[in-house]
Structures are given as C-alpha cells and as structure tokens.
Design a protein around this ligand. Structure first.
Ligand code: ZN
Length: 175
C-alpha cells in the first residue's frame, strides 16, 4: 500500500488535544460549507489541521472541489470567527494534495445528511467506489432507488427517487 493510499491520509486529521491549536480548531470547526450548509467543514473533512506560526494561527483546509467558489467564503468565515474569539491575524492555507474525498466525511456528517433527507456518499474501498450497492432512501431506508438526474440542487449531489415511498431525494455523490 503506498503512502497516498494509507488509511491515515484518508481520514481527517484528529482534533488537537489541547492548547491554542485546540481552541483554533474548535472555532474553525463551527464554519459551514456554503455548498452543503447542513455540514460544518469538520463534518466534511475539509478542516485538515491547525498550526501556530509566529504566534498566529494557520488553518489548513482542503476544499471539496478545487476551484470551488465556496473556498473564498469558507476562508472569510474562518478568519472572522477566529477574530471574534481572540485570534486576530489568522491565515487559511488551501491544501490541494491529497485531494479531498467523500471518505473524509465524518460519521456525524453522514448522520446529519440523512436527517436532512440527503443520502450520504458510499464509502470507497481501496479508492474504488463500491458501485452496485445502491443508494439508500434517507426517508424509508429502501435500496430500491433510481437516479433521475446526475446533478441535483448542487453539482455535488445527484437527484434520486425512491421507488418504494416515491419520494425524490438528493444523494451526495462519492468523490
Ligand atoms: Zn423511500
């Protein structure tokens, strides 16, 4: 297994144990993604790490899609919330490698999506999306669902319909 594929690289960095890094992480973790407002950047795995450089916090983020306009909004929100909490002069570094994957989405994030009627992404095994397992309806739990449109309310979601309860729903696509 190469370093890139190691499980460690495939999960979000752990929340710092203590110190200013912990306070900075917790503040940054309240910022939501404009594309997926029900999820925080911590839920999504976009929040990758916190460092203190020359006395000022640096927050590393990996955006869900590179070049996504949401990056600027997330950056501004992080800087603003840190300023409010007594960390002026915070900086946000955008880290594009390794690329973000839906595998970094936390279990809490997946639960929140379900609660909002959005089917969470499936988990990849060894970089391959487990296709053919079906997308589970977030309302009734049926796997008897069908894709209506590859792009739903935002480009990261596809529109599905459940063939049991007949309800349409968004599916957060594997990426
Ligand atoms: Zn259903």
């Amino acid at each position: 297994m190469s370093a890139v594929d190691s499980p460690v690289e495939r999960v979000a960095r752990p929340r710092p144990e203590a110190g200013p890094e912990r306070a900075v992480w917790d503040a940054a973790a309240t910022v939501t993604d404009p594309e997926v407002p029900v999820l925080t950047i911590e839920d999504l795995g976009v929040l990758r790490g916190v460092r203190i450089v020359d006395g000022s916090p640096v927050v590393d983020i990996t955006p869900t899609y590179s070049g996504c306009p949401a990056v600027d909004a997330i950056r501004d929100d992080i800087v603003a919330v840190l300023r409010e909490r007594g960390f002026p002069g915070a900086r946000v570094d955008v880290v594009l490698s390794p690329a973000w994957t839906t595998d970094w989405m936390s279990d809490a994030g997946r639960r929140k999506l379900m609660e909002h009627g959005i089917a969470p992404p499936g988990r990849r095994a060894g970089g391959v999306v487990a296709l053919g397992l079906g997308v589970r309806c977030p309302r009734c739990g049926s796997l008897h669902t069908r894709e209506l449109a590859r792009f739903g309310s935002t480009s990261c979601k596809a529109l599905y319909v459940c063939q049991r309860c007949r309800e349409p729903f968004d599916h957060f696509k594997e990426h």
